[in-house]
Design a protein around this ligand. Structure first.
Ligand SMILES: C[S@@+](CC[C@H](N)C(=O)[O-])C[C@H]1O[C@@H](n2cnc3c(N)ncnc32)[C@H](O)[C@@H]1O
Length: 339
């Protein structure tokens, strides 16, 4: 097998160029040496490549089977029509899927197909409940792979250890979280009072003065503390309380909130009053909510809550950050306290 030997610092650009010219032999792996990279070249293209060519035995690339083809080995075409196999979630090395009840008998085989086809997957779980209860946890059941529901997920440059059966977590909010993370400035104090395992609190703490993180779910707080260690974060005060019971005492102790993140869209209106009380002039509240046809009522609810508390507010923006149900979206309303 013939390889182009090239310095590491030039490798990325060269690989891109050779890929475009269809010169790389994709059946073989690109190999990494201490200071060089070896790029496998197709036999009939050697003359087109300038640079140092070396000859050695190549390492074959393992071909990953395609998910649809693998599923068609265990499901009929009719069964494939009712199985939305493309809408799976990847959380760490766990793949979370929804299996229609008609396919229950085949769930193990379906799970095995996912294991074969999704790189780095070790566990396949099926959803067995909606996201429910105060703690907003969705139950899952392992159908293939290792028997565990704990994993480490990487998002926005941070690591999160979590157990899907004990805490809320979705990777689908990563862009929305990034939108908030980007807004935070160095001197800010952030209150994340529905923090889960920390996917807002931890990356934000890397940028700002301090984060006050709270969740009512003791498992979420257990994992948050683990994640503080994993990500070497020290500037977070952790609480395991009902957010509605916080008073101005918290602000006296922790400092004026520059922002309050209210990521509990299902019932956020029940907490708005308490959060407005904690806020001060110039605090920004990131208020998550679900709405469909009731959008007007929800906005009116926000207006009334501020009026009751004698505080003036300005809506800085409304951002759609996902779908919740047919005709119902997840929104973040960014609100600034004026006075
Ligand atoms: C939708 S999850 C969001 C978690 C996290 N912010 C995230 O993005 O992964 C809402 C969180 O609010 C917590 N929660 C629900 N009611 C609460 C309350 N009264 N006080 C504090 N936390 C609460 C739940 O346990 C859950 O972890």
């Amino acid at each position: 097998m013939k390889f182009l030997k090239i310095q590491k610092k030039n490798a990325e650009k060269k690989i891109k160029e050779l890929k475009e010219k269809k010169i790389i032999d994709k059946q073989y792996k690109v190999e990494s040496l201490e200071k060089h990279v070896l790029i496998p070249i197709k036999k009939n293209k050697i003359k087109e490549v300038k640079g140092e060519i070396i000859e050695k035995k190549g390492k074959k690339v393992k071909k990953i089977p395609r998910l649809k083809e693998e599923l068609l080995k265990v499901l009929t075409k009719k069964e494939m029509k009712i199985f939305h196999y493309k809408s799976f979630d990847v959380i760490g090395d766990i793949i979370q899927i929804m299996i229609p009840k008609e396919l229950k008998k085949k769930e193990k085989m379906i799970g095995e197909a996912f294991l074969k086809c999704i790189p780095n997957s070790r566990v396949i779980v099926k959803k067995v409940s909606e996201t429910t209860g105060v703690e907003r946890v969705r139950r899952v059941k392992v159908i293939a792979g290792e028997k565990r529901t704990e994993t480490i997920h990487v998002e926005n440059g941070c690591k999160y250890k979590l157990d899907l059966n004990k805490v809320f977590f979705t990777g689908r909010l990563s862009n929305e979280r990034l939108r908030i993370i980007k807004q935070v400035k160095k001197n800010e104090i952030i209150y994340d009072l529905f923090c889960g395992v920390g996917p807002y609190a931890i990356p934000i703490a890397k940028k700002c003065k301090k984060v006050v993180a709270n969740d009512i779910n003791e498992h979420a707080i257990h994992y948050l503390k683990e994640n503080l260690k994993l990500n070497k974060i020290k500037n977070i005060s952790v609480y395991n309380e009902n957010a509605n019971e916080f008073t101005k005492e918290l602000v006296k102790k922790e400092g004026k909130p520059s922002r309050i993140i209210m990521n509990l869209p299902k019932t956020s209106e029940l907490f708005l009053n308490a959060m407005i009380k904690l806020s001060e002039k110039n605090t920004i509240i990131h208020y998550y909510t679900f709405w469909g046809k009731d959008k007007k009522n929800k906005l009116e609810g926000i207006r009334i809550a501020f009026k009751k508390n004698n505080k003036k507010h300005k809506i800085l923006g409304i951002h759609k950050c996902g779908d919740y149900a047919p005709g119902v979206g997840r929104y973040c309303v960014d609100i600034k306290i004026i006075s």
